[in-house]
Design a protein around this ligand. Structure first.
Ligand code: RIB
Ligand code: CA
Length: 315
């Protein structure tokens, strides 16, 4: 697909919410997903790669999949299968057969570097998992950062309300060294969708129920992969709605007009400390003298986001 489409590359640790974000991108009428790269995160990278293939099988698409880092740069792997299920897709993979889709042989970080050169300044990179692949790409090619027109990432806890530790959000906590490299690399147009933004922008349960009850193959997939997480959030934790961290990042990448408020500030990543490792330290009063290079998304038009989800799942 060419023409005046927006080109997108998605790096993911799919994951239930990642799968929904990928569906949104593939269903978006003016977006051309040129590649998907996978990384260890919610589950191991083999399962992540298989989960991406299952998600792509819902669409008539030949988007290439590149397998990425199986471990963080230094830390031992951590997973979040308590939320996403042991397969990373809410348990649905036991009932699915994989299509004929082949995974590319080129490693994800090498593909990121190559594709960034090929599409220099013309694509948005959406990072939905730990930033290991991106950090390796930054180190492999000094020009990578400037070849990426825009980087939108889901990650971080801007007020230190962590979900993986008291201070750290999972994607950063899983590989703080990689995150420190990425946040310090000088990406020219970096947008951050934090855990706090996720908490303040739930999908109301009435909208979730409507999406889950649509009569489409995608709705059936959506309902099955989210069922375990929805029960946890709704019945165990009593949240006012379904949390969609990665789909919010996808929505920002696909339609920046739905951003109502954002602040551009310096953000650093803590890599040491018993309590603070993985903290995304936001210089709210700009005392550090560091460049205010990160756009922290603070408010989104959730009606537009829910409409995007509806168009994706009803499609
Ligand atoms: O903290 C939420 C993030 O961690 C999401 O990207 C989710 O998929 C997990 O990777
Ligand atoms: Ca994710």
């Amino acid at each position: 697909m060419t023409g005046n489409f927006q080109k997108l590359i998605i790096d993911t640790d799919a994951g239930v919410d990642d799968a929904i974000a990928i569906m949104m991108a593939l269903a978006h009428p003016t977006t051309d997903v040129i590649a998907i790269t996978t990384v260890n995160g919610n589950v191991d990278v083999e399962k992540v790669t298989s989960n991406v293939a299952h998600t792509l099988d819902l669409f008539e698409t030949d988007v290439p999949i590149y397998r990425g880092c199986s471990h963080p740069l230094i830390a031992d792997p951590v997973h979040s299968d308590g939320i996403h299920g042991s397969d990373g897709l809410g348990g649905i993979t036991a009932s699915l057969s994989l299509g004929e889709r082949l995974v590319e042989t080129e490693a994800a970080s090498l593909a990121l570097v190559r594709l960034a050169k090929q599409h220099a300044g013309q694509f948005t990179l959406v990072a939905l998992g730990p930033l290991t692949n991106l950090a390796v790409a930054v180190r492999l090619d000094p020009g990578f950062v400037h070849n990426v027109k825009r980087l939108v990432l889901m990650g971080g806890a801007v007020e230190a309300r962590g979900n993986a530790s008291p201070a750290a959000e999972f994607n950063i906590y899983a590989d703080p060294e990689a995150a420190a490299i990425v946040f310090g690399a000088g990406f020219p147009d970096l947008w951050m969708l934090s855990w706090e933004a996720t908490l303040s922008h739930p999908v109301p349960w009435s909208d979730y129920d409507e999406l889950a009850q649509l009569k489409t193959r995608r709705a059936d997939f959506f309902r099955k992969i989210t069922s375990h997480t929805a029960t946890l959030l709704r019945e165990d934790y009593g949240y006012p709605g379904f949390l969609i961290p990665d789909p919010l990042a996808a929505a920002v990448a696909l339609n920046p007009d739905l951003i109502i408020d954002a602040q551009q500030l310096p953000v650093s990543v803590e890599i040491v400390g018993e309590h603070g490792r993985g903290l995304t330290s936001v210089d709210w009063f700009q005392q550090s003298g560091k460049p205010a290079s990160t756009h922290i998304v603070q408010q989104l038009d959730m009606r537009q986001v829910v409409e995007m989800l509806h168009q994706t799942i009803a499609g």
